[in-house]
Design a protein around this ligand. Structure first.
Ligand code: C6P
Length: 434
């Protein structure tokens, strides 16, 4: 199906501008919770408190229903058939792309490539654009704040092409050290790839200011890992000043196995395909092939159609609640969590200070005890958190700890749940300190 782009930018930009200008009405978490039946259950006799949202969010009924209805009514393969179901499936798949592209304020749906998630999106840029643009002696700038999905692909690329990885250091408060960053940028810098929000610290990075820094000091392509930002903050990819933006559906109320890579069209046009197969070609000859238009050039094989439909429904859901309201709500939960946890003796919270803005991620360590033990004791009280390095090994190394226990919030969490967390941590402390 050809997706119409006429009037597209105005529509997308207008919606976002209005949403940002208004002060959001407070979020009604009790009403939101009714859309998430999974939350209404007991674990070990205690009401479940789900605080592992940075790993994966829960799904509202509306998303599950959209996927169910798609399979029960409309499923066929896309872009291939002339029959009614093929038409409907293609329409559902491409309108989900348009929906999510508008949500990101892309210049058009062709700028959004469906991927399995943020990891695949980042691998796609590294092995398509990176292989073509990064050579011997070139430099790639990332940071000590990276999730491994925005680190290992660049390591692999650097090894293969003889490039050097440079790491932006972190301040004691969990921020990117921008003075250090300025010293790393130069004429050999081909790629700068950074997280919009840190999954291990909760830091919201000043990505617009960084865009200006990158442009001032280098001609690098600027990539943002938005896995922890897109679910929680209004994202306008054009205003951010980046060239690529990667995200995962399952962290933003959508299903697993779907996510996306937004990219500027001229760069996407320039990039070679990432994988070969059906649907990504224009013509195949015995000795060569020519490629389909973007974004299809990057979508080999039968795609995750139901996943795209579910992600479109998730974006509808988040837009209905309002991203600005979600962010305000999470900020209130985070402030309360930091205040309560800071009062627990021997407990250290990583990341920006209580008074600073940060995303709803609160990693902490209890002196002398293992982060896993704390998480296990919390689990016995029905509280789900994650413990470990959170696939961000350089972060825990930087702050001299082996692992952290991490609570992460989303739109359905409540202040009462934060209180349960704080009580649970105090109980863990009593048990572990004996
Ligand atoms: N972080 C966490 O518990 P995937 O797995 O492809 O959906 O997302 C990868 C990813 C990339 N960047 C950031 C900043 C992330 O936080 C994640 C996923 C989860 O923190 C699982 S390790």
């Amino acid at each position: 199906m050809a997706t119409s782009t006429s009037g597209w930018t105005e529509r997308g930009a207008g919606t976002r501008a209005i949403a940002e200008a208004e002060k959001p009405a407070p979020l009604d978490a009790a009403a939101v919770r009714r859309d998430f039946p999974i939350l209404d259950q007991a674990v070990d006799g205690r009401p479940l408190v789900y605080l592992d949202n940075a790993a994966s969010s829960q799904k509202p009924r509306q998303v599950v229903d959209a996927i169910g209805m798609y399979y029960l009514r409309d499923h066929a393969n896309v872009h291939r058939g002339v029959h009614e179901l093929a038409r409907r499936a293609t329409e559902a798949y491409e309108s989900a792309r348009e929906r999510v592209a508008i949500w990101l304020n892309a210049a058009g749906p062709h700028e959004l490539i469906w991927t399995r998630g943020a990891s695949e999106a980042l691998n796609l840029v590294a092995f398509s654009l990176g292989m073509a643009r990064v050579g011997q002696g070139d430099e790639i700038v990332i940071s000590e704040m990276e999730h491994h999905s925005n680190l290992v692909p660049w390591q692999l690329l650097a090894e293969r092409n003889g490039a050097t990885l440079r790491y932006v250091g972190l301040t004691d408060n969990g921020h990117l050290d921008l003075d250090h960053m300025a010293t790393l940028l130069g004429r050999r810098t081909r790629i700068v790839s950074l997280p919009h929000v840190s999954n291990a610290l909760g830091t919201i990075n000043p990505v617009r200011d960084i865009a200006a820094l990158v442009r001032e000091h280098s001609g690098a392509v600027y990539i943002l890992d938005g896995a922890q930002a897109a679910p929680h903050l209004p994202v306008d990819v054009q205003a951010l000043g980046c060239d690529f933006y990667a995200f995962s559906g399952h962290k933003m109320c959508g299903p697993t196995g779907i996510g996306g890579l937004w990219g500027r069209r001229p760069l996407l046009e320039e990039m070679p395909p990432y994988q070969g197969g059906g649907e990504m070609i224009e013509h195949v000859y015995p000795d060569r092939s020519t490629w389909a238009e973007v974004p299809h050039k990057f979508e080999a094989g039968t795609p995750n159609i139901a996943g795209a439909v579910g992600l479109g429904a998730a974006v509808d859901y988040l837009d209905n609640v309002g991203l600005a309201a979600i962010h305000e709500h999470e900020s209130a939960l985070t402030r309360r969590a930091i205040t309560l946890l800071a009062g627990v003796e021997g407990l250290r919270i990583l990341g920006p200070a209580e008074t600073e803005e940060r995303a709803g991620v609160v990693p902490f360590v209890m002196e002398g005890v293992s982060a896993q033990d704390v998480a296990t004791i919390l689990d016995t009280q029905g509280i789900a958190v994650r413990a470990g390095h959170h696939c961000a090994q350089l972060v825990v190394d930087r702050y001299g700890v082996a692992a952290t226990t991490r609570a992460s919030f989303y739109l359905y969490n409540t202040l009462e749940e934060v209180d349960r967390l704080a009580e649970g941590v105090k109980t863990a402390r009593r048990i572990l300190y004996g």
